[in-house]
Design a protein around this ligand. Structure first.
Ligand SMILES: [Zn+2]
Length: 329
């Protein structure tokens, strides 16, 4: 369920395919990570004869957006990290992206300076790369502190140990990876980029979609300050099965609102649909398990003459009708 069933994104929808290798076999497929690099070039690199390429290369088009060329499908590892010790780097379920330009404040002024990337470029990177990867592979939308180059080079306070890296899940830069000394992408403007997220959700709400505990009370009723899709009579109502289904219905309504309000952003639609998929997966599991859970929760001989199957059928019926009977408008 959830993330597992969504791992089908092999190529970014807006990328041009430019493949030179089938890639490396993952040595681990837990703790997914995304890694950002800067190329320190102004044009498309050829990666030392296509031996050290990332999954994809991103060309910034200042104040217009980005252009993406993808080299390795996401089912395989890519090559841009050094690997000198037993802890894997390139094959540790890390999706790598090279940003064309520089992270060096004293670098060639003709190169795009990523620490001061413009909003349009950052938004495009977020919508076309970061969010699709995070949605598909369950990479948390977080990153460690970035240092400015050249303070980011070598053994720094932000360079992870092998063991920290191994279990870290989230986004990071080459400057955080152990066994490596490169300081790219320097002071990457992570927070500024995340602040451009159009989804009408706080970070906590976004996390709640992915991490929701369906057996507890961790179900968000309010969806940011977006138009309220439903009217839960009592926001603190008991989390009955019907109200959980009602919550799912409200999430669907929210996703439709996002799609409707999006001028032309396929990535936003993609993110909304993925968020909804996670929700629906969880809902299906919940629905399938509910009759057994209810029966298990009943004290012995409390079914009032009904058979166990009668009870299960009744629960199933109530749950299914709950979907249709919940007003979402
Ligand atoms: Zn790098």
């Amino acid at each position: 369920m959830g993330e597992g069933s969504l791992v089908s994104l092999l190529w970014l929808p807006t990328a041009v395919r430019d493949q030179h290798s089938s890639g490396l076999t993952w040595t681990e497929t837990t703790d997914p990570k995304g890694c950002l690099h800067t190329t320190e070039t102004s044009g498309w690199p050829s990666y030392q004869g296509w031996t050290v390429e990332p999954h994809a290369t991103i060309m910034p088009l200042p104040n217009r957006g980005i252009e993406i060329r993808q080299h390795i499908p996401f089912s395989q590892g890519s090559f841009s990290l050094r690997h000198t010790q037993s802890q894997p780097t390139n094959t540790d379920f890390i999706f790598q992206f090279e940003l064309i330009g520089t992270s060096d404040p004293n670098g060639n002024p003709a190169m795009y300076f990523w620490p001061e990337a413009d909003d349009t470029v950052l938004k495009a990177l977020l919508d076309q790369v970061i969010i699709p990867l995070s949605d598909a592979y369950g990479i948390p939308l977080k990153a460690p502190k970035f240092l400015a180059y050249p303070a980011s080079f070598g053994a720094t306070s932000v360079r992870m140990s092998n063991s920290t890296f191994d279990t870290y899940t989230g986004w990071l830069g080459h400057e955080h990876v152990p066994q490596n000394d490169h300081g790219d992408p320097g002071l990457f403007p992570w927070s500024k980029m995340i602040g451009l997220n159009q989804m009408p959700l706080t970070q906590a709400e976004y996390d709640a979609i992915s991490n929701e505990n369906w057996n507890g009370i961790n179900i968000p009723y309010k969806v940011g300050d977006h138009s309220t899709p439903a009217n839960p009579a009592n926001p603190n109502a008991e989390q009955t099965p019907a109200s959980q289904l009602g919550s799912a219905a409200r999430w669907s309504e929210w996703a439709l609102q996002v799609v409707k309000d999006s001028a032309d952003s396929n990535a936003v639609i993609h993110a909304a649909v993925n968020a909804l998929s996670i929700k629906l997966d969880a809902l299906n599991v919940r629905l399938n398990n509910l009759p057994d859970e209810v029966v298990a929760a009943l004290p012995p001989a409390s079914t009032g003459g009904l058979t166990v199957d009668d009870v299960k059928n009744a629960v199933t019926q109530v749950a299914r009708e709950g979907i249709a009977s919940q007003p979402v408008g």
